[in-house]
Design a protein around this ligand. Structure first.
Ligand code: ZN
Length: 82
């Protein structure tokens, strides 16, 4: 069994992932996530989770929640820098 030594450490990493169930949604509703703090992203059961932005030939757009979190993080980073 693969065990992560620190979940927090893992949660800080940003990588694209999506749910296999996105394929059941209408094409314009399909999204991928790239922030592990995203609520809908967190709700994806590990068994349904796939890494990447969706099927290689038909990638999904980024989910709005991830976009908002990323934007907020970018703003914060900017604040710390100045
Ligand atoms: Zn998301």
């Amino acid at each position: 069994m693969l065990v992560f030594s620190s979940f927090k450490e893992m949660a800080m990493l940003t990588y694209a992932f999506y749910s296999v169930n996105e394929a059941k949604k209408a094409a314009d509703k399909r999204v991928h996530h790239d922030n592990t703090d995203c609520g809908p992203g967190k709700a994806i059961p590990p068994s349904d989770k796939r890494y990447g932005k969706g099927p290689i030939n038909d990638p999904y757009r980024l989910c709005e929640d991830c976009e908002a979190i990323n934007k907020e993080a970018a703003e914060k980073a900017k604040m710390y820098r100045t």
